[in-house]
Design a binder for this molecule. Structure first.
Ligand SMILES: Cc1cc2nc3c(=O)[nH]c(=O)nc-3n(C[C@H](O)[C@H](O)[C@H](O)COP(=O)(O)OP(=O)(O)OC[C@H]3O[C@@H](n4cnc5c(N)ncnc54)[C@H](O)[C@@H]3O)c2cc1C
Ligand SMILES: NC(=O)c1ccc[n+]([C@@H]2O[C@H](COP(=O)([O-])OP(=O)(O)OC[C@H]3O[C@@H](n4cnc5c(N)ncnc54)[C@H](OP(=O)(O)O)[C@@H]3O)[C@@H](O)[C@H]2O)c1
Length: 436
């Protein structure tokens, strides 16, 4: 049978997808991308109605600008240290225009199903304007994002007030003069609690354990920039020093009525927020412990207290979801995720993931390096290691850092080490090319 012409399908045109399209196109390889949205930007296309995006009216990133840009396309002058969602959407769309990526993206097109054919090809079923079509590709690059499918908590009893997940929280205005309970200690929960506390009758935040709250600035510098002055040190020492710095900057959680932190720095995904502790000390946000059960509009807490609320906002994170794969083919929703460099599948050489990792920092610079490596693999300049199955397993058994066992910690990487590891592979590929 005649060998099929190489044709790569990219699913998604968010920050990861556009980096994939650009770098694969740079190798002269044919690419077709699909996105069910109407433009480039993914999570960063804020919308007041339900959509793929989980950002809200007031979202600014938590990784600062100098560590949150593509190496091939720096931010323009004048962007804030922590850009807003609007500045980011503009940036991603400018990237797509600059590298002329729009002609390779079909918008308003949902990828419904991806199936492997015998000849080692992918049959991709798409839907546009209610009509289905099938297209054949040699390779599949998955960039569908991992912060859009809500993960809901499950408590005994029923809450009869308004209950929503942070994915559906868009702005504080609807919660004016209401009694709001926010669940979670991640960045969504802390951002949401700060925002609702400005106009609610009361806002409480429920944590099931203690978390460190990192300020956005240390010694006048964005905290990630300050921390990156220590990258020559091993991760464990860096994390130890960072823990001390945060303790010096904010003091212990108990001073704020928050649960004590019982884990080392880095053992949970960082929560970066300069306003939550301030709001707590101004009596605007009330700290609460874990929830025991719901009863009508009353929430009973494990410490024996109970309070009435009009609204519960569950900021309890997201599920890794790939609805276009059959569940028995691939399902990472419960972990583990055995992919080499969080992108290469142990068995299928024509399947790639880009952006499916959680750094203690920004996603798209890592997605850019993954895209460069994927492009080299697709062009044949980089070879999959012969022990790739072992390397995939090793990603699971030897994570970059030891984190507490909870469902949100299956794909964590150290930002600096991850980029270094990817660049090392990219360099080795170039070397192969030079000598061949
Ligand atoms: C509130 C919030 C704030 C965040 N802040 C930061 C931050 O400060 N720094 C950081 O690095 N990260 C942050 N993130 C994480 C966020 O996931 C990344 O910033 C970034 O959006 C990841 O890019 P992506 O392209 O991988 O995924 P996404 O941005 O989610 O893009 C995925 C794209 O795939 C498309 N798609 C999905 N499924 C299909 C399908 N079946 N068919 C067709 N198209 C499909 C979507 O329409 C979308 O355009 C934040 C997340 C949230 C929710
Ligand atoms: N401003 C910003 O840039 C910004 C804003 C929002 C989000 N983000 C990013 O978006 C991503 C998702 O963040 P997120 O905050 O939505 O989710 P997240 O990081 O997964 O945090 C979820 C929080 O909910 C808790 N939780 C989960 N299930 C629970 C349950 N059943 N009962 C009680 N608590 C529960 C988790 O506790 P455990 O620790 O025990 O699991 C954790 O504290 C992250 O990458 C984050 O950095 C960034």
């Amino acid at each position: 049978m005649e060998k099929s012409k190489q044709r790569v399908c990219v699913i998604g045109a968010g920050p990861s997808g556009i980096a994939a399209i650009k770098n694969i196109r740079d190798k002269g390889i044919e690419v077709q991308a699909f996105d069910f949205n109407h433009d480039v930007g993914g999570n960063w296309i804020y919308s007041e109605s339900a959509s793929h995006s989980s950002v809200f009216e007031t979202t600014h990133i938590i990784s600062s600008k100098s560590l949150s840009q593509y190496e091939d396309f720096p931010f323009p002058e004048g962007v804030a240290d922590y850009p807003s969602h609007t500045e980011l959407r503009t940036y991603f769309q400018a990237y797509a225009k600059h590298f002329n990526l729009y002609p390779f993206i079909q918008f308003n097109t949902l990828v419904k199903h991806c199936a492997r054919l015998d000849e080692n090809l992918w049959e991709v079923t798409i839907e546009k304007n209610g009509e289905e079509a099938k297209e054949i590709f040699t390779d599949l690059v998955v960039c569908n994002g991992h912060h859009w499918q809500p993960k809901y908590p499950d408590y005994p009893g029923t809450f009869t007030g308004e209950f929503l997940h942070s994915h559906m929280y868009k702005k504080a205005a609807p919660f004016a003069a209401k009694k709001v309970l926010v669940i979670g200690g991640g960045n969504s929960a802390c951002d949401v609690a700060v925002e609702t506390s400005r106009i609610s009758e009361k806002t409480a935040i429920s944590w099931r354990r203690g978390y460190r709250i990192l300020p956005k600035f240390l010694m006048g510098k964005p905290s990630d920039v300050f921390a990156s002055s220590m990258i020559f040190l091993p991760i464990s020492i860096r994390n130890f020093l960072a823990g001390i710095l945060v303790r010096l900057a904010t003091g212990p959680n108990e001073m704020y009525g928050l649960p004590k932190v019982k884990h080392k720095f880095g053992a949970t995904h960082p929560t970066v927020n300069s306003e939550l502790l301030y709001k707590i000390r101004h009596g605007k946000v009330k700290p609460k412990g874990d929830i025991e059960r719901f009863e009508g509009k009353t929430v009973h807490f494990k410490d024996g207290s109970s309070e009435l609320f009009d609204v519960v906002i569950a900021c309890t994170g997201y599920v890794l979801a790939h609805p276009f794969f059959a569940k028995d083919f691939l399902n990472y929703s419960e972990g583990p995720v055995p992919l080499y460099l969080k992108m290469f599948h142990p068995t299928y050489a024509n399947l790639f993931f880009v952006g499916m990792f959680q750094p203690l920092g920004c996603i798209w610079p890592g997605a850019e390096q993954q895209s460069k490596l994927a492009a080299l693999a697709l062009s044949g300049e980089w070879q999959r290691p012969s022990n790739i199955k072992y390397l995939c397993e090793r990603e699971v058994t030897h994570p970059h850092m030891n984190q507490i066992v909870t469902s949100r910690h299956t794909i964590t990487v150290d930002f600096h080490k991850f980029i270094r590891d990817l660049k090392r592979q990219i360099k080795s590929a170039r070397f192969i090319k030079k000598v061949s």
